[in-house]
Write a protein that binds this ligand. Structure first.
Ligand code: MN
Length: 259
């Protein structure tokens, strides 16, 4: 007589994307090789199971620094934007914030360099200062970078979104501050938060899809999906496919680390 209570349990429906297909891509950090491989996997997935409407491709930020292909990563995202295959949305990461700050404040270059900024300068054909703490050398590098940075790239960095929503999901770079409405989150938290968000059990108003904190495996809970698998160091770049059928992880990996 208890079978009605304890017997069949219908699994809860997955969060809704309002009928759209979404592909969300974690932190790329200059690994253009992995981005290309991942885009091939995503294209394969689209062909295998074509969505009803044009899929949404969301980039979670941290395109630049560390890996050698920052310039190419931005070129590829801009090309995707011009193409017909996807509706492209690109979020700002803390590394894009650092790049923009360097343009305003050349002395910040010495801090940026500690977080992989030299690789970004090199990818734009700018020689990073030989001495990290030489302010004059940073002023010269800033002038060279400003002169060589294509207008389309500057506009791309300037116009990145802090948060975007699809159905029951909200997409951000780092996370959200627990207990604060999504509409009232600060830029600082959206770009930088780690512990207070990662240790909170949620709910957060929407299912939060984020990058920023590298983990060996994608983090899939009912309240957040963490997609940063540390591509630069691990050679694994992760995306999540989200739609009404549920959540599926798509990855590109190479065995060789790129210096
Ligand atoms: Mn980050």
């Amino acid at each position: 007589m208890f079978s009605r209570l304890f017997g069949k349990k219908t699994p809860p429906a997955p969060p809704s994307t309002g009928g759209r297909r979404v592909y969300a891509v974690g932190d790329i950090h200059g690994r253009h090789d992995l981005l290309e491989a991942l885009l091939r996997e995503i294209a394969r997935d689209v062909s295998a199971e074509p969505p009803q409407a044009r899929p949404i491709l969301i980039f979670l930020g941290d395109y630049v620094d560390r890996g050698p292909g920052s310039h190419q990563v931005v070129e590829t995202i801009l090309a995707l934007r011009r193409g017909p295959a996807f509706e492209v949305r690109a979020l700002k990461g803390n590394h894009e914030e650092a790049l923009l700050r360097f343009l305003d404040e050349p002395g910040f270059g010495s801090t940026w360099a500690e977080h992989g900024g030299n690789a970004t300068l090199a990818s734009y054909g700018v020689q990073p200062p030989a001495t990290r703490t030489d302010p004059e050398a940073w002023a010269v590098a800033r002038e060279a970078f400003a002169a060589t940075l294509p207008g389309a790239h500057k506009a791309f960095y300037d116009e990145l979104d802090l948060i975007t929503e699809v159905g029951d999901y909200a997409f951000v770079h780092a996370g959200v501050r627990p207990g604060v409405a999504l509409a009232h989150q600060t830029e600082r938290d959206l770009l930088w938060i780690r512990g207070e968000f990662l240790q909170a059990s949620g709910p957060f108003g929407k299912v939060i899809v984020h990058g920023h904190t590298p983990m060996e495996e994608p983090q899939m809970t009912s309240h957040r999906l963490g997609l940063d698998t540390g591509a630069y160091a691990t050679g694994v770049l992760t995306a999540a496919r989200l739609d009404e059928s549920g959540q599926k992880i798509i990855q590109a990996r190479v065995s060789r680390a790129v210096a």
